[in-house]
Write a protein that binds this ligand. Structure first.
Ligand SMILES: Nc1ncnc2c1ncn2[C@@H]1O[C@H](COP(=O)(O)OP(=O)(O)O)[C@@H](O)[C@H]1O
Ligand SMILES: [Mg+2]
Length: 263
């Protein structure tokens, strides 16, 4: 769908703009670290050990992109289910370290979630400034756009509605000139208005770059340019989400202690 690709690129582009960025992987696929340039055999783990209350600062891994990553960690399905179970009973296991991260002045935390509703996302959703939903420009997305617009996709009741206010949507793998793609794009823009954050086109260069272990950070035509525009839009939202701190424009390093919020 593109969640991990987008999370990695937004994190790396914000780091490039001079912000301190931590990328937190909640998905047992453990792929975020690969997108940020770490090797397959990298053993570091954070989320996989969450029940043992690991110290997040000690689990940070520096990447060439400038982003420090908290990998999920290697493991099998049994471990993944153990983590989900632990977070269902004790969401604080994850909420507490995230709260600590967010208390670090200026630190931006980008979180990569597993697909769909899951205990890890539920544990942290109340703490997020912005929740980015990534959808493909296909018929399946057309069916859920009205649910996103009404916040029904996040559940029922006041809590879901409050999270919904912070939820924005990105359409990934949009194909220029493809009638279905264009129809879904029109529909998303009309139904979501300002909660429609942006578009990333389908570009073979995305998968090629990952295979070559490099990132699309130069804003080259295609997905590279779209990811840059998307990051700018997100940075603008983050400044609005954490108002009153006089944060500078995107591209400039923030003065010490400027909170930029987090996604
Ligand atoms: N805009 C895009 N154009 C072409 N391929 C893409 C694009 N975005 C993602 N992909 C590819 O789709 C696959 C899934 O992407 P990924 O970011 O891992 O999705 P998710 O985290 O939602 O499972 C990967 O092979 C990725 O390279
Ligand atoms: Mg993923």
């Amino acid at each position: 769908m593109g969640k991990t690709t987008l999370a990695a690129h937004v994190a790396a582009l914000l780091a490039r703009a001079g912000l301190p960025v931590v990328a937190l992987d909640l998905d047992p696929q453990n792929a975020l670290r690969l997108h940020l340039g770490l090797p397959l055999w990298e053993p570091a783990a954070f989320t996989a050990h969450i029940a043992q209350r690991p110290n997040w600062r000690e689990c940070l891994v520096q990447t060439e992109s400038g982003v420090r990553v908290l990998p999920f960690g290697p493991g099998d399905a049994v471990r993944a289910m153990g983590v989900a179970q632990a977070l269902t009973t004790s969401p604080e296991l994850l909420a507490e370290p995230l709260r600590e991260m967010l208390a670090v002045p200026g630190l931006v935390v980008i979180v990569d979630s597993p697909p769909g509703p899951n205990p890890a996302l539920a544990a942290i959703s109340a703490l997020t400034d912005i929740l980015v939903m990534v959808l493909l420009a296909d018929a399946g997305s057309a069916a859920v756009i009205p649910q996103i617009a009404s916040n029904r996709i996040l559940g029922r009741g006041t809590l879901a509605a409050r999270v919904g206010e912070r939820a924005v949507m990105v359409l990934n793998q949009v194909e220029n000139g493809n009638p279905l793609s264009e129809a879904v794009l029109d529909m998303a823009q009309n139904a979501l208005g300002p909660r429609f954050l942006g578009v990333v086109c389908r570009d073979l260069g995305v998968a090629e770059a990952l295979a070559d272990r490099r990132m699309l950070l130069e804003g080259e035509p295609g997905a590279g340019e779209d990811l840059l525009v998307l990051t700018e839009a997100l940075a603008k939202r983050l400044r609005t989400a954490a108002p009153g701190h006089g944060a500078p424009g995107y591209g400039a390093a923030p003065p010490n202690g400027t909170p930029w919020g987090r996604a």
